[in-house]
Write a protein that binds this ligand. Structure first.
Ligand code: HEC
Ligand code: HEC
Length: 377
């Protein structure tokens, strides 16, 4: 059946027994002590558990967005971009817009397992566009270098909006509201597809987070987190080893790692970063996603196969190790799971505390601020 497993391949890392649970009194005492520790500035926080040689940055408030010099912020430009983002008339079918898959009511994702994405490399889970402005490269495999390049691909991809540049331009030129914004945003510039793409990217750079309870905590409100959430924060940075890859203001190292989810050699294989670089070392590696607002963007992972508790259980087990099928036995380029993943030995309380902490990264569900309100320059 193609799923025959080589007998001597270890199925998973050796399990370790979950550590003992704490009594309610012990939890309260520990939380009180940790609250005192974490209420102080992050520079004074206890050292995280990070393997030697791994570069990391402390968790932090998001910086202001830097709009690139070749596409500076302008209110009319962002307003035009926002309208285009929501407008299905741009698509060939007249029924699909960016918002179809990047919906503010689903944390700017779509709540579905997978969609056939831009570039149709493989069906993958739709990431949020919130905070995309902070990613150095875009997509699960990092194949787009800018929001502008990315938007151009999404508009014209035949499996997606399937629009022609001419159709996009005609829609703008023949819609009075669009004409007015366009003329204000791009004075003296003829109607151009590249400008429409710049407007969409400019709008996306205004969709940033930073209003979560954890941000309030970082801002000095020590009461913003519950006891369980404080315990979870400490686990995230130390015993659960999450900070290794999910760090800095966005909770992402911007790097690519193999978590054992490539399905190498199976019908649902997705080799991630390898498909872009063709370097065998990149087989099965995907970009570390931000964890901001993660409780609103399930299902999770590039496969869209998991809910949050399932993801935490897998990390606790050190992630599943992909088994070699007989024909892969001697393949020197078989994907190797990141050595940074290790069985953690967490107990049920720990997993619940971690989940509670991740919930503090949720952005409030109030409508996105008016375009321009987050203008940084
Ligand atoms: C059919 C659903 C669909 C539509 C429509 C769609 N997207 Fe996407 N989008 C996806 C999927 C799926 C991915 C991930 C693809 C991958 O990584 O290979 C993605 C990725 C992205 C990313 C990268 C996010 C990150 O963290 O790397 C951005 C930005 C984005 N889309 C913006 C847009 C814009 C702008 C439009 C409209 C012009 C659009 N999308 C239309 C499904 C969609
Ligand atoms: C070795 C680096 C690494 C470590 C350590 C790590 N992660 Fe991840 N994380 C990733 C990568 C890479 C992905 C995406 C993998 C994929 O989709 O194939 C990911 C995905 C996730 C997701 C899904 C996010 C989404 O939007 O789909 C969650 C939740 C998550 N990690 C939480 C954690 C927690 C909690 C810990 C600690 C227990 C942790 N991670 C430790 C690299 C890491």
């Amino acid at each position: 059946m193609g799923e025959t497993v080589v007998a001597d391949e270890p199925a998973a890392p050796a399990k370790i027994r979950p550590r003992a649970e704490r009594t309610p009194a012990e939890r309260t005492a520990l939380a009180r002590r940790l609250r005192g520790v974490y209420a102080r500035p992050p520079a004074t926080w206890p050292a995280p558990w990070i393997d030697p040689g791994v570069e990391w940055r402390e968790l932090a408030l998001l910086p202001t967005v830097a709009h690139p010099p070749e596409n500076p912020f302008g209110p009319a430009k962002a307003a035009l971009g926002r309208a285009l983002f929501f407008d299905p008339r741009l698509s060939a079918s007249g029924r699909m817009a960016c918002v179809t898959c990047h919906d503010p009511d689903h944390g700017w994702a779509d709540g579905k397992a997978v969609s056939l994405p831009h570039g149709t490399i493989a069906a993958r889970n739709t990431p949020t566009i919130r905070n995309a402005a902070f990613h150095a490269v875009l997509f699960w495999d990092g194949r787009a270098a800018s929001l502008e390049a990315q938007a151009a691909e999404a508009l014209t991809d035949p499996h997606e909006m399937a629009a022609t540049p001419d159709h996009v331009i005609d829609t703008i030129a023949t819609t009075p509201g669009y004409r007015a914004w366009y003329t204000e945003a791009f004075p003296d510039r003829p109607f151009e597809f590249a400008a429409a793409v710049q407007a969409i990217a400019c709008f996306e750079r205004t969709i940033v987070g930073g209003r979560s309870r954890f941000d309030a905590f970082l801002g000095g409100d020590a009461a913003a987190l519950s006891d369980a959430e404080i315990l979870g924060l400490d686990l995230f940075r130390r015993e659960a080893r999450c900070l290794t890859c999910h760090h800095g203001p966005t909770f992402s190292d911007g790097g690519f790692h193999d978590l054992g989810l490539s399905f190498h050699g199976r019908s649902n294989e997705d080799l991630g970063r390898f498909r872009i670089t063709h370097d065998p070392a990149d087989k099965g590696r995907f970009r570390t996603p931000s964890l901001r607002d993660v409780t609103n963007t399930a299902p999770l992972m590039h496969t869209g196969m998991f809910q949050l508790r399932g993801v935490l259980n897998m990390y606790d087990a050190g992630m599943a190790t992909l088994k070699r099928q007989p024909f892969e036995r001697d393949d020197p380029t078989f994907p190797v799971k990141s050595p940074l993943l290790k069985p953690l030995g967490l107990n049920r309380q720990d997993l619940a505390d971690l989940e509670a902490f991740l919930g503090t990264l949720a952005e409030p569900s109030s409508p996105a601020p008016a375009v321009g309100a987050l203008d940084s320059e």
